[in-house]
Write a protein that binds this ligand. Sequence first.
Ligand code: SAM
Ligand code: SF4
Ligand code: SF4
Length: 343
Amino acid sequence: MPPVDAHGPPLDVLGRPLGNLRVSVTDRCNIRCAYCMPEAHYEWLPRKDVLTFEEIERLVGVFRGLGVRRLRFTGGEPLLRRDLPALVAGVARLGLDDLALTTNGILLESEAARLREAGLHRLTVSLDTLHRDRFRALTRADALPAVLAGIGAAHRAFGTLKIDTVLMRGVNDDEMVPLVEFARAHAAEIRFIEYMDVPGANQWHPDALVSRADMLARLAAHYGPVTPIEDAGPAPADRFRLPDGLVFGTIASTTTPFCRACDRVRLTADGTLFTCLYATEGLDLRTPLRTGADDAALAAGITSRWRERTDRGAETRLRLASRTAFEAPAATTPHLQMHTRGG
Ligand code: SAM
Ligand code: SF4
Ligand code: SF4
């Protein structure tokens, strides 16, 4: 592992430090959420290009040496990667402040305890509805019972978890209160996410957006006044308290982007680095990794890409005069899909 830079993590053009790494371990998924994978067929990353656990661990070590302290495993669906707890254990040994995983929960029931034992700190499960028919319509899979079993197992193994819900007008926005109560019953903190017009979300439309202001108004109408919780730091979720003390979050990436404080970098399953969710060009780390580059050379490549970073993707989208779905990337361009870069 290279030594931690005595001068701290590299800064980008806007002075943002490199601090947070999202590692997508696969671009494949066992469901097809309408806001993420709306097409029937996709072109996948070639299997031979997908990084091995050893390769991922080595790259994470390089990021760790550059000052990254927070890491989230994502996908596609990360639990499709066989024996994921072994990767978690390897990365946990690198000593991060925060080691988390986002999953759709379908395969979680049998894995939750193993993930905990492997050293995972936190789990986030995506859950958009509590209605089985609606889940099927949203995802093309009859998998809600498996997700609920996974959440139960996560609750038992970790004691607490986060639940992420993408709210869509006319689809699931009538479920805010039942979802809050479900989260309460599972000691979970729920975060309501604004529907984002990211590459791959080909069905995005402004009418489907439920803004944070709207979310807060709806919860206040049911529970009474909600109080913001002061929470410094680069995390995108804003947290609030209900009058009864329950804490929930919102992620308002569409109406109130947090690009100014964004310290995130994304690594795809084939080792391509993206410095923004909306970036169309990535940096190939797989080729140098597989052709003998040492850690110092990999670190130098990452540092120089970060130092030239100017991305403010969501803010740029916000300034558009009229907003429709992101110029639809074809299903044959895996790197431009949300499910490849991990959300
Ligand atoms: N498959 C895992 C899951 O669904 O939790 C991890 C990968 S998924 C791409 C990561 C997160 O991105 C999920 O919480 C999902 O809800 C979110 N997401 C995907 N498309 C989105 C969109 N268009 N707007 C907002 N969030 C989105
Ligand atoms: Fe849904 Fe996650 Fe799969 Fe995208 S990657 S389709 S958000 S489960
Ligand atoms: Fe960061 Fe890009 Fe998202 Fe803005 S749009 S918060 S720069 S990833």
